[in-house]
Design a binder for this molecule. Structure first.
Ligand SMILES: [Zn+2]
Length: 353
């Protein structure tokens, strides 16, 4: 195991950031190379915990000569976001200086131009340097896993359909409840990796990328950071790495992925039509029917007719729910995975800002 720090010069005198990178060298140059990072949204820590425990497996494997493919791990990918606080709350999703989501605005380039990412880095602000360093490392790998989490959530993943159904081994390894097949139309980290691979050849856009992978894993909710949960997911990742021939040794066979894999157009984003206190009637993992009451919103407390009901637009599986109990007008409340396309007008790209 080799640990080195990438130094990111700060944007003001006297500041700099350090980004620790952990590397395990593989013995077989033909084995796939893997890159894994967590907490790009700095407060999303289930992945950081999983990678911590995965490194225990990998150190043991290294001592036994069982690492075949190069493995690069960035267990906390966003020191800049981790340091941002506003009235005591970490602001790990958006860069406070520019209001840009830390997981958007990654450079959309071809993998052929990988070296240009780190050319003359000093001309970029620290956040842009961070994004370029992360994407540079990812584009040196065959398989790229970006570990996030939702607010309150089942285990699910965003996977570009260029990698599906090959990636169902990963979904099975982590016992995913669902896979959202993304459309590759955003500048999120995982989609920037997919973009670079699709445009590897000049004048050609590949739609299927066998042997490659770029995925955003949503490891349940923000508060789902527990030792046993993280160790079980680390074992799942280990089994995935073994299945792909990156490590050798004891691993469980992966079995089949049992959840649903459906496009983003099949996600109903349930929003609050009016502001107020939210009283949920349904929980994560519930299967609902069209018309079921999902939540009551008390819009005018204490008055007759002072509440409204939010109902399911179609049948589906509740995959995520917000943890706050006050909704602003149009605030997201739930994501429901449905067998039919949503009738809401969804723009291509990500589901949320
Ligand atoms: Zn995230």
């Amino acid at each position: 195991m080799d640990i080195s720090d990438i130094i990111l010069p700060g944007d003001t005198p006297g500041t700099e950031w350090r980004l620790p990178v952990i590397r395990f060298k593989g013995s077989d140059p033909k084995a796939p190379k893997v890159y894994m990072q967590a907490a790009l949204h700095a407060g999303e820590l289930p992945g950081t915990a999983v990678l911590h425990f995965l490194c225990e497996h990998l150190r043991r494997a290294e001592a036994e000569g069982a690492i075949r493919g190069d493995i690069t791990i960035v267990p906390h990918a966003n020191p800049i976001g981790a340091a941002q606080a506003h009235f005591g709350d970490m602001q790990g999703r958006f860069d406070l200086g520019t209001r840009t989501n830390f997981n958007r605005d990654f450079p959309l380039i071809s993998v052929r131009d990988r070296e240009t990412l780190t050319d003359d880095l000093e001309r970029y602000p620290a956040v842009e340097q961070l994004k370029r360093q992360l994407l540079y490392m990812a584009l040196g790998a065959d398989l790229v896993l970006d570990l996030h989490c939702d607010d309150e959530s089942l285990q699910y993943a965003y996977i570009d359909d260029a990698f599906w159904p090959e990636a169902s081994d990963l979904a099975a390894a982590l016992d995913m409840a669902a896979v959202f097949l993304s459309d590759g139309e955003s500048s999120a980290f995982e989609e920037a990796v997919g973009h670079a691979l699709k445009h590897a050849l000049e004048g050609e856009r590949r739609t299927h990328l066998p042997g490659r992978l770029a995925v955003t894993l949503e490891l349940r909710g923000t508060r789902d950071v527990y030792p046993e949960m993280a160790k079980a997911d680390a074992q799942g990742l280990w089994n995935f790495l073994a299945g792909r021939g990156i490590v050798s040794g004891d691993a469980k066979p992966l079995g089949d992925f049992k959840g649903d894999a459906l496009p983003l157009d099949n996600i109903e984003m349930i929003r609050a039509p009016q502001p107020g206190a939210v009283l949920f009637h349904k929980s994560l993992g519930d299967r609902v029917q069209e018309g079921d009451v999902l939540a009551t919103i008390i819009t005018h407390p204490g008055r007759e007719n002072g509440s409204i009901e939010v109902r399911a637009p179609q049948a589906g599986l509740i995959v995520t729910r917000v943890s706050t109990r006050f909704a602003r007008r149009r605030a997201d409340l739930m994501k429901i995975l449905c067998s039919e396309k949503t009738r809401a007008n969804r723009k291509p790209g990500t589901l949320e800002d």
